[in-house]
Design a protein around this ligand. Structure first.
Ligand code: IPT
Length: 961
């Protein structure tokens, strides 16, 4: 006989006084919150028998004290696919942390038929007792569970205990890519269920031809009255058999763009519940996914519940995050990979998002054993699967925002998933079923892929030819369905690239309904080093036996809420209104689902060398959804001695709930003309004095002083601190190696330099660069002209045997560390890389070192700004150095990076706090850089954005301040 409680390993979905799942409703029936400080004791294995302390509910016990570096109750563990225990289903190790919770409450004075105890989320399995009598066992970490405790309550004080186990058989179906965070992490509430109350209410809404409808499904005591005061609707049903669909007359429809909600109430003799109704109809017609008869394109985010201090405990931060999404042109959310806190759905209804609501189900670790024993195809697990999907659908079925149900994530395939699909089809025929693991669309309604290459997307959207990996019949079947990318463009570290490629594909095909970026936020956990330095931890930082490192830091927003450049790129690419501006004309394409452009004003800004000349509001007629219009633009004259750029912005004409008037929704730019640049720098620049302004080392030919500054350089640099994408093996990689490993193999991280010759006339300095035990070389010639100005031309000739891309090709100058400020005319304000250029505009910008570089939780390449014209670099006393680039063939110009650390320093650090204190400011002038790609989980940098070795020449001119 095992000493382990059977509920830890059985395959029942729970037991005891569990009651059937139902909607989450706002009710006038009284409730008693049991949140707050509970008695708590803990054991790393076996029954806790020590002293009782306290712990708040809701909270994860492993996060308790962690922000101060303490860990009284164990530590979080991060794994992606791996199970952090032996794959021995349904068993779990004896080393299974247990938390005992205890609190008392006074029995409320309720005149009530039934009292329910509701637990909104407990990870992973728990047993509840009231006054010493067992109430039941709850399972399904992110699923609400109610228990009937009516006859266990006693007058006066009642003692409630909950024993929570970290691991159980259910851990095998909760293997999502996230931290393992045990504890009662959502609320606990006592609910009075009144006599003659409402057991469940579902007001299914519809919208067609300007009219709304409500199709009620009500269980409870009749008569029941449904009212929607704003629409003058009040319908009484005397019995369940009387309930019929109600035509509510003309309404404004609900969409993600027009989240119009109507307050409604449903009253029985003993209870009134309130709902907020959005009228909309979801349908699939052939290959099209429609809401209110119009196709939807998801420009979405995968959203986990994560907070650096609270973990998956809900925080009102969720609202700020959703507002941030709205401001970045995100119109959809996939609740990866479980139902979120119920407030999130209310917020999505209110703010407007298309939501794909996902079940709490993932068995990904079975992949490591060839899916042998996968619960998804084992009849013994069927009840667990059906129970989970029912609890998911029932709780949130009233939300207008939910337009699709997702059966789960990465759970292989099998009969239990097909059974859950059938269950959803029976229960809610309106909303389509999504599940990516159904690779042949055998039981789901949309065809979903994660991280497809653009080539695969093209094949799916084509009408002939093969779809990789599918038979002819399967190909036909998937092409007959709407296509979505439930995950694409992995936002880990610096990246992803090629967002514009994916966006263009979604635009081009009626079958393609867009996708969801992986993912919205980094999951970093705030903690401290032994010496008290705060930092955001990732996998491995808590001494886990197995872990997946910083794969949990793959969001568009950093743990401290900082939006990444990837998010700015997403916003630019995903603009609901596409603006194409060229001399004389402006073309506007409205990509909204249903709103016209009347809420936007279009503004043209004319700048000469980045200096504002004029700002004009353009007269643009309102463009209906799905249509385009072209309007004439004034003919602006180029400035005689400057670059003139016109930027057209589409901005909010009035405040919206998610952004203020003036918020830019879309932008476009064009150059009025590119006159030849004046050969002389602007007048205020002092002429260089050959003798004193530039001093070179006579042996190395390197600069020692420049305009009185201590400067060392140039030095050819081909290395960048690998990005997470550089480190990843792309799913379309031919040789299954990362860029980083190819680069390191060729020694790009350990180049050494040999001065070949220094000709003092110029000077002209020749240097040969190579790596240990490699015959590959790069010859660099630095041609200086110190006459009226200090000019450098760098010429680069690689030996012909290079066989891998280069991360960058440029030169580095080391400057005094006080030089921390840059003002430049070039692209900005944020960084850009060859496959992530859409957020960058040509203009004049200013930033200091901290703003110029992104503080990724794992340090890596950051901060390249392409197309530099001029930059002024200064310290607190003012500008100390000016540099202008020389335009090369086709007007191309080098880009720049200003950084406090070298690529080698960044490369060596696993966390920002491990970086050495800065000793120099490093200025890189790069003729070219390699793209970003999405290889951390996805595809390689596209060939046209890859940097291949070749001969190049580029120039720059230094000017005195
Ligand atoms: C995919 C998972 O669905 C998601 O949870 C996350 O792990 C993501 O990858 C990577 O961060 S699954 C992967 C095998 C493509």
């Amino acid at each position: 006989m095992s000493h382990v409680a059977t509920y830890l390993t059985d395959l029942a979905p729970g037991s005891g006084r569990r009651t059937p799942p139902r909607s989450r409703l706002r009710t006038d029936a009284p409730e008693l919150s049991l949140d707050g400080e509970w008695d708590f004791r803990w054991s790393a294995a076996g029954e806790p028998d020590g002293e009782w302390g306290t712990l708040p509910v809701p909270a994860h016990w492993v996060l308790h004290g962690l922000r101060d570096g303490a860990a009284p109750y164990g530590r979080p563990q991060y794994t992606n696919v791996q199970f952090p225990f032996p794959i021995d289903p349904p068993h779990v190790p004896d080393e299974n942390p247990v938390g005992d919770y205890r609190r008392t409450f006074d029995r409320p004075d309720w005149d009530t038929a039934t009292v329910l105890l509701r637990l909104d989320g407990v990870e992973s399995v728990y047993r509840v007792a009231l006054n010493g009598t067992e109430v039941g066992v709850g399972k399904g970490s992110r699923l609400v569970q109610e228990f009937d405790v009516t006859d266990l309550l006693v007058p006066g004080p009642n003692e409630l205990t909950v024993r929570v186990h970290q691991w159980s058989s259910m851990s095998y179906v909760e293997d999502q890519d996230q931290w393992w965070l045990p504890g009662i992490f959502r609320s606990v509430t006592l609910l009075s269920r009144p006599r003659d109350g409402l057991d469940d209410v579902w007001l299914r809404t519809g919208y067609s031809d300007g009219r709304g409808s409500v199709d009620p499904e009500i269980t409870g005591t009749f008569p029941v009255t449904v009212s929607i005061p704003e629409l003058g609707v009040e319908r009484r049903f005397d019995a369940a058999s009387d309930v019929t669909t109600v035509d509510v007359g003309p309404v404004e429809p609900w969409t993600a763009e027009t989240p119009r909600l109507y307050d409604a109430t449903v009253s029985s003799p003993g209870e009134t519940v309130s709902l907020r109704l959005g009228f909309r109809t979801v349908a699939i017609e052939g290959e099209r996914f429609l809401v209110n008869g119009r196709p939807v394109t998801f420009r979405g985010m995968n959203r986990h519940e994560t907070h650096p201090e609270r973990g998956r405990v809900f925080a009102e931060q969720a609202r700020a995050d959703l507002l941030r999404m709205k401001r970045h042109n995100v119109n959809a959310v996939r609740t990866s990979h479980y139902p979120p806190h119920h407030r999130v759905l209310e917020l999505c209804d209110e703010l407007g998002f298309w939501v794909v609501l996902e079940n709490d189900l993932e068995t990904h670790g079975f992949e490591f054993v060839g899916w042998r024993g996968n619960p998804s195809d084992d009849p013994a697990w069927e009840d667990v699967y059906l129970d989970r999907i029912a609890r998911t659908v029932e709780r949130d079925k009233n939300h207008a925002c939910v337009v699709m149900w997702s059966l789960g994530n990465e759970a292989g395939t099998g009969r239990n998933l097909a059974a859950t699909a059938h269950w959803v089809h029976r229960r809610d025929p309106e909303r389509p079923v999504h599940y990516e693991g159904d690779h042949t669309a055998a039981y789901t309604d949309v065809y979903s892929r994660m991280y497809p290459s653009p080539a695969e997307v093209a094949a799916i959207c084509a009408d002939s030819g093969e779809v990789p990996g599918l038979s002819a019949v399967e190909t036909q079947r998937v092409r007959a369905r709407p296509f979505v990318m439930c995950e694409y463009a992995h936002a880990m570290g610096n990246g992803p690239g090629a967002l514009d490629t994916y966006d263009a594909q979604a635009d081009a095909s009626p079958r393609h309904h867009g996708g969801f970026i992986w993912e919205w936020r980094d999951h970093g956990i705030l903690t401290r080093t032994a010496d008290g330095t705060p930092y955001y931890a990732y996998g491995g930082d808590f001494g886990e036996v197995v872990h997946d490192g910083n794969f949990v830091m793959d969001g568009m927003v950093l743990p401290d809420d900082t939006p990444t450049p990837g998010l700015a790129e997403f916003a630019a690419v995903s603009a609901p209104v596409v603006v194409v501006a060229r001399p004389g004309s402006l073309e506007i394409t409205n990509r909204y689902h249903s709103v016209d452009t009347a809420h936007l004003r279009f503004v043209a800004v004319v700048e000469d060398d980045g200096v504002m000349r004029e700002e004009t509001e353009l007269a643009v007629p309102s463009v209906p959804a799905g249509e385009s219009a072209t309007v004439a633009l004034p003919a602006w004259k180029p400035a005689p001695d400057a670059e003139t750029w016109v930027t057209v912005r589409a901005e909010l004409a009035a405040d919206a709930p998610w952004a203020a008037r003036g918020h830019v929704v879309s932008h476009a730019q064009f150059a009025v003309a590119q006159p030849a640049r004046p050969s002389r720098p602007p007048q205020q620049v002092r002429r260089a004095d050959t003798a004193g302004d530039a001093e070179f080392d006579e042996h190395t030919g390197r600069l020692r002083r420049l305009f009185g500054l201590d400067v060392d350089g140039p030095r050819l640099e081909l290395w960048r601190a690998p990005t997470d994408n550089d480190r990843g093996i792309a799913n379309d990689s031919a040789d299954r190696r990362s860029s980083e490993s190819r680069w390191r193999e060729r020694g790009l991280d350990r180049l050494v330099h040999r001065v070949v010759s220094v000709d003092p006339h110029g000077p002209v300095v020749r240097v040969r660069v190579g790596a240990a035990n490699s015959a590959r070389t790069v010859d660099v010639t630095y041609r200086w002209t110190v006459a009226d100005e200090v000019a450098l031309q760098a010429e680069i000739v690689p030996s012909p045997d290079w066989d891998c891309t280069w991360p960058r090709v440029g030169v580095r100058f080391d400057l005094p560390p006080q030089l921390r400020h840059a003002t430049w005319f070039g692209t900005g304000p944020r960084e850009s890389y060859p496959d992530s250029t859409r957020a960058a505009l040509v203009g004049r910008f200013a930033a200091d070192l901290d703003e110029l570089n992104v503080r990724y939780s794992r340090p890596q390449e950051t901060g390249h700004r392409a197309g530099l014209r001029t930059v002024e670099i200064g310290d607190d006393t003012g500008v100390r150095l000016r540099l202008r680039t020389v335009s090369g063939p086709a007007g191309r110009r080098p880009g720049f990076t200003l950084a406090a650390h070298t690529p080698h320093e960044l490369d060596r650090a696993r966390h920002p706090h491990e970086l050495p204190p800065p000793t120099r400011t490093h200025l890189f002038v790069d003729d070219a850089v390699h793209g970003l790609g999405s290889a951390a989980c996805g595809v390689e940098v596209a060939p046209e954005h890859s940097l291949w070795p070749g001969a190049r020449a580029f120039g720059m001119v230094f000017e005195a301040p």
